[in-house]
Design a protein around this ligand. Sequence first.
Ligand code: SF4
Length: 235
Amino acid sequence: MHAVLERLYDAPLGERTLAAAHDLLPGEWDRLLEADERYAGLFTDGIGPDGQDRAGWLAGAGSLLGTYFTLENPNRLEPAERELLVESQLDGGPLLRGIVDRLDVAPDGALRVVDYKTGRSPRPGYETSAVFQMRFYGLVLWRERGVLPKMLQLVYLGDGQVLRGEPTTDHLVHTEQKIRAIWSGIEDAARTGEWKPRKSKLCGWCAHQAICPEFGGTLPEIPEGAVALRLGITG
Ligand code: SF4
């Protein structure tokens, strides 16, 4: 989906149609398979994680594209950037990095950060992590460009909802404080060598399950101070 929505904007205005987006799907999927063989691992005996074959899988993605076109008209948008790598070094903290799906810049310079999600929007009261992610991008862009983004927008193609937020400097300062607190926890773990794995939905994407205690694995011996050295943590 991300690849198609990125490529779609290569077409000139007027040609960014739903049919054009559908046409991009098989080629973009093949391109991903070529780029990283792990994508092929999503299918076992031709059946994907949602129990469908390749045609059904692509049809599901096509349906998400249909939802996208109910939310935005790509013929009325000219993104300034797509798949934009943003990064900023926090003094005494980590290097913040992320890839922004789309950045729109209004004639007056106002920035709108757009991120696509293939899943459903969070239930009311469970938006914390989505808001944090949006503000993370907002913070990195603010630090990188010196411009406070006007709008942070998450587009949920799973249920056609759009989560929008207008960040303030207070929001982004608070986000930085939160990141520093998380980093401080990482520094402590690196110094003590105590890393506590925590099972979550993301485990399905984790390359370290075989050695993860949560999955019955055993951590390899880590030379003393190696993690701290790798993370650039001193003291
Ligand atoms: S498999 Fe283990 S290390 Fe990987 S995300 Fe899950 S808990 Fe963390």
